[in-house]
Design a protein around this ligand. Sequence first.
Ligand code: AMP
Ligand code: GLY
Length: 439
Amino acid sequence: MMQNRESVNVLLVGGGGREHALAWKLRQSPRLGNLFVTNPENPGLAALGKPVDVPMDIRAPFQFQRFCDKNNIGLVVIGPEEPLAAGLADILAAPGAGRAIFGPGAAGARLEADKAWAKQLMRAASVPMADGRTFTDPAAAKMYIETREDPPVVKASGLAKGKGVIVPQSTAEAIDAIDRIMIKREFGEAGRTVVVEERLEGHEASVLALVDGRTIYVLEACQDHKRLGENDTGPNTGGMGVYCPGGITDDATIAQVQSEVLVPTLDALRRDGIDFRGVLYAGLMITPSGPKVLEFNARFGDPECQALMARFDADLLEVLLATATRRLDEVEINWKPAASCCIVIAAEGYPVKPRTGVPIEGIDAAAAVPGVQVFHAGTKRDASGAIVTAGGRVLNVVGTGDSMGEARRLAYQAADLIRFPGKVMRRDIGAKAPALAGQ
Ligand code: AMP
Ligand code: GLY
């Protein structure tokens, strides 16, 4: 695929299950030199990479830049949305430094970090989406809600770790959502502006595409499960589980998403002078009148990434490098095995106040199940070296197989071996996968 076969040192930014999965896949590349990780407190990342030995504070970017220069970093991979929105890619893409950056600059990351702006861009580009309006005045937002026949969805415009969306059951609840987001500021500054939009019916799909500024490479579609509880009940979370392929499994709908959503969005970004290199992630509702955008993200989904990496049959380092250096047209990716299912194991209290410091048992036994990968999302080692909970989403257990039924069975077989007090996990991840019907 490439002429230059020299080894490449990689800096991986981020500390969750998504980054553990990326590190695991990067490690399989014969071209990988040193892998540096910003979050070695994640035991999964600590086992695969070297810790970055300077404070990674985005407000003091010189340390970052000097670290990259000193360690001859050829590729920086930025996982989470916060550093992307804060402009880390811009800071590290120093001209002449010879570093490739996987992940858009702040201007591109705005697609995720500013939902009001993203809606404006989509409207201008005629991208199908939920109709909606943006408000900075709570009274005006409430008045608008009262004029609607059905209660609309209320979203904090800024970044809220996937939790800033309220899907009310009644008009009173929608009005309360305005108070929670704009007045009580439950999601902090992210709630300065709200988006109020029509509630769409259908099923959801996550379509992630690699984008090198020009070329789009659509990855296998996934279906996430955003609600905390089984049968899609309870509060929204960052995602409780994913299966892949899922959400969309026919080529015609994928082609429609590419031509009606991804291409016009990328064109609109380019017209604004934004060179987007990284993952363009469309969160979609597949409605009776076709796919419509619920949100964009400017990064790999978490846990979509874990389910994708388990099936990704290509050299991830080459692919990320090609994306970051505008050579995506040279890439070929295969998907093997045929199906994956990722179960998120969360801590008691998630998504409000997860209980941390709880010792976890059975990780090694789960990881030993054939066809299963276990990724660390919110764990750490305590003073005695034992692995304990350290975040809301604690572990991701990914089963793979030749069918979704097998992938799912293995994932639950392994996930059941992991034990800790207060463990939370949905038992219905992938239960509605079309391939399972009748099984
Ligand atoms: P978002 O972060 O915008 O994807 O929203 C989180 C979740 O809220 C989505 O995955 C949907 O389950 C739900 N949601 C968001 N917008 C809408 C909408 N317009 N209609 C129905 N459900 C929605
Ligand atoms: N799993 C949804 C997200 O990463 O935003």
